[in-house]
Each structure stands twice: as structure tokens, then as C-alpha cells.
Design a protein around this ligand. Structure first.
Ligand SMILES: Nc1nc2c(ncn2[C@@H]2O[C@H](COP(=O)(O)OP(=O)(O)OP(=O)(O)O)[C@@H](O)[C@H]2O)c(=O)[nH]1
Ligand SMILES: [Mg+2]
Ligand SMILES: [Zn+2]
Length: 356
């Protein structure tokens, strides 16, 4: 398989030229599982691990490769294994803040062109959560597409209503409605997936991400499990992995996310809530809380029914989270120490397995 078909374009080729050197090859990370990697290059997919030097130089968890990353590797054992020497710069990324009060980011995936934000029409639909995903996606310079699944479980009228509830929040991303049961809308998704471009599916557990990929693959290659109609039940996807579709599109399946965590994503917030931030900029009070201040432009828009109250609330909430995030520097130092311990432990574990 050509690297171009794995998504390598001029931008990455240039970056690779600066970093890889003649002894190393370019490969793409297709799966990550607790410090173990799968990378795919021209000659197929092989297990890989980080070199000691790489680990030594990494200063935070986000500097470690994640699925979708391009890396410079050295093949060993006649090409059966690879060591990862360098990580190429990321053109786009999906990340979230790790749980707790510290400021470390967890990389979810890198070099994604389009993120499908998946919600099921039935039990899972939640506009506020959708907005949080949009913030994360836009912050990472990824294009969002909203995917509503399980349309077979609602009436056409109910579906229209759901779309209306999304649009009223000022969401202008493309919305595609599908049913994995009837197949309605699946072709529309297929048409959106272009060869050599990378897509990922984000959303809660059980909304039908893997089922959709299987439909696109056509041969049921990935496992799913029954969930009850209330949305309870166990999730099946346990690790992120990059899948190559027959016509060349690259899809990353993800385990369902339980929570998005705090965002700390100022840029994504201003973009997702462009309507509110435009009004906030012309508001007469520079530090307005847009709460009950007389003459506030944002309040005025709500009174004129041009802006939804719920939309504003969510904006303010996310802003507050992100401000808090900007402030916690002490927490960051603490996390860096924790990361040092993690790397140390990981190296030890690698040494032990090597000796075996
Ligand atoms: N009625 C209906 N059921 C669906 C649809 N899509 C998926 N399902 C069912 O929903 C359940 C969960 O689907 P999965 O594809 O495993 O969900 P997932 O999003 O990959 O879940 P995680 O891997 O846990 O994140 C399965 O039982 C599917 O058969 C749909 O369009 N309509
Ligand atoms: Mg799944
Ligand atoms: Zn105001």
C-alpha cells in the first residue's frame, strides 16, 4: 500500500524530510494499546515500540504517538517489528483534558480531516454534549460532521424536531441522518469519505459507530454487542484503530467516550459559539457576564429571540471551564512529575519484557 493511500501528503512528506533521514522509514500509527503500537507503512502493519531516547525526550503525555500520527521508524527482524524514533508534527488533533484538576491533555487521535460526531436519535441525543464535541473538534482544526444514528427508532417528525434543536443552537455543521438497520443514509456517509483522507467517529458507547463502519466495510469485520433500547449495556470497542476502507478512505473507530472532560479549548469555544462571541465583543461592558447587566447586547439578542438562553448558558459554562484551565499551573507541574514516574515505570516494564 502506498503511503499516499494512508494519507501521506505534501505537508507530511516535507516534515518527514526534515526529521526522518535516510535510515528511517515513514509509517502511520494505526493502533495504540498501553504503550504498544501498531504502525503501518508501505509493506503492511507491524507491532512497534518507542525507543528509549524517544521516551527520555518526551516531556508530556501528549508528545507520545497516538492513533493517526505519522512517525519515523526503523524496521527490525526483517521488517516484522519497528522502533519508533520520531513523531512528525500534527496537522490536526483531537484531545481532551485528563480527569482531575490538572492540566494535562490526553491525545485521542491525530491528523484527522473530518470528525463524525455521532449521536443516536433515540436515547443518546443531547445538544449540550454535541456542542462540547464541536468545541473539541474545532479546537483541533478538524472539520465536524454531525451524524444522527438509529433514525429507524423515531418518526420523521421527531427527526425533524431533533435537527431543529441542533440548528437553533447555531450549529452550522453538516448533519447526516442514518439508520444502520434500514441502511438509510449510509450511502450519504460513504460519499463523504474520500480516498486518502482520515475520518474518525466520536460519540457515546452504543450509538452505532462500529456498526456503521462494518456497513461501510461490507463484511462485518469488527465486533459489536447488543445493547438494550435504553442505551444500557456494555461497549465493545476497546481500543482506537485506523481502518482502511476498500475505496481508500481511512476511518478511526473509537471506544465510546463516557465524558469529554474539561475542555480548556478557548479557540474551539469562540468558533463554535461564534454567534455569542460576536455579540459579546460589541457588548458595552468589556467584562460583562451577560447575566442581567442593563444594556447588555447578548441579553438583548435573547429578548429578541435571536439567541437561545440554553446556548448562552453552555457558552458561559465552557468559558468558565477553560479559564480555570488556563490558571492551573501548579497542577501542571505536579502532572509533569507524575508523567516522569509513568515513563520510568514503562521503561522498566519494557526492559523486563526484553529480558524475557
Ligand atoms: N435500531 C438501531 N440499532 C442500531 C443502529 N446502529 C447500531 N445499532 C445497534 O446498537 C448497538 C451498539 O452498536 P455499536 O456499533 O457497537 O456501537 P458503538 O458506537 O460502536 O459503541 P462502542 O463501541 O461501545 O463505542 C448494536 O446492538 C447495534 O446493532 C441503528 O441505526 N438502529
Ligand atoms: Mg464500537
Ligand atoms: Zn453583555
Amino acid at each position: 500500500m502506498k503511503l499516499r493511500e494512508l494519507g501521506l501528503d505534501r505537508w507530511f512528506t516535507e516534515k518527514a524530510g526534515e526529521q526522518c533521514g535516510p535510515d528511517l522509514s515513514i509509517a502511520r500509527v494505526t493502533a495504540v494499546d498501553r504503550g504498544r503500537y501498531l504502525v503501518r507503512g508501505e509493506d503492511g502493519e507491524v507491532p512497534a515500540e518507542l525507543t528509549g531516547k524517544f521516551l527520555h525526550l518526551a516531556e508530556s503525555a501528549s508528545e507520545l504517538p497516538c492513533v493517526g500520527d505519522w512517525v519515523c521508524v526503523h524496521y527490525r527482524d526483517a521488517g516484522a517489528q519497528a522502533s519508533i524514533h520520531h513523531l512528525l508534527p500534527r496537522r490536526s488533533f483531537l484531545r481532551r483534558k485528563t480527569a482531575g484538576r490538572d492540566v494535562e491533555f490526553q491525545m485521542i487521535a491525530a491528523n484527522i480531516d473530518v470528525a463524525f460526531i455521532v449521536q443516536a436519535c433515540h436515547f443518546d441525543f443531547n445538544v449540550r454534549r454535541l456542542e462540547r464535541y464541536l468545541v473539541m473538534v474545532r479546537d483541533g482544526h478538524v472539520e465536524p460532521v454531525v451524524l444522527l444514528t438509529k433514525t429507524d427508532l423515531v418518526t420523521p417528525e421527531e427527526l425533524e424536531q431533533l435537527i431543529g434543536r441542533i440548528r437553533v443552537m447555531g450549529v452550522d455543521a453538516k448533519i447526516v441522518c442514518i439508520s444502520n438497520v434500514t441502511g438509510s443514509g449510509v450511502e450519504q456517509v460513504r460519499e463523504l469519505v474520500a480516498a486518502g483522507k482520515t475520518y474518525c467517529l466520536l460519540g457515546s458507547s452504543g450509538v452505532g459507530k462500529t456498526t456503521l463502519i462494518n456497513r461501510l466495510l461490507g463484511d462485518g469485520a469488527l465486533g459489536t454487542r447488543e445493547v438494550s433500547h435504553t442505551g444500557e449495556g456494555r461497549h465493545t470497542t476497546t481500543r482506537r484503530q485506523l481502518i482502511v476502507l476498500e475505496h481508500g478512505g481511512l476511518l478511526i473507530d473509537m471506544p465510546g467516550m463516557r465524558e469529554l472532560g474539561m475542555l480548556g479549548a478557548r479557540e474551539g469555544i469562540e468558533e463554535t459559539f461564534a454567534d455569542v462571541s460576536a455579540l459579546a465583543r460589541i457588548c458595552r461592558y468589556p467584562d460583562c457576564r451577560h447575566d442581567s447587566e442593563p444594556g447588555c447586547e447578548v441579553r438583548a439578542a435573547i429578548t429578541r429571540h435571536e439567541l437561545s438562553e440554553a446556548h448562552l448558558r453552555n457558552y458561559l459554562k465552557l468559558r468558565k471551564e477553560s479559564e480555570f484551565h488556563d490558571l492551573s499551573n501548579t497542577a501542571r507541574r505536579k502532572k509533569d512529575r507524575a508523567f516522569g514516574r509513568f515513563v520510568h515505570g514503562y521503561k522498566k516494564q519494557q526492559d523486563t519484557t526484553r529480558r524475557k
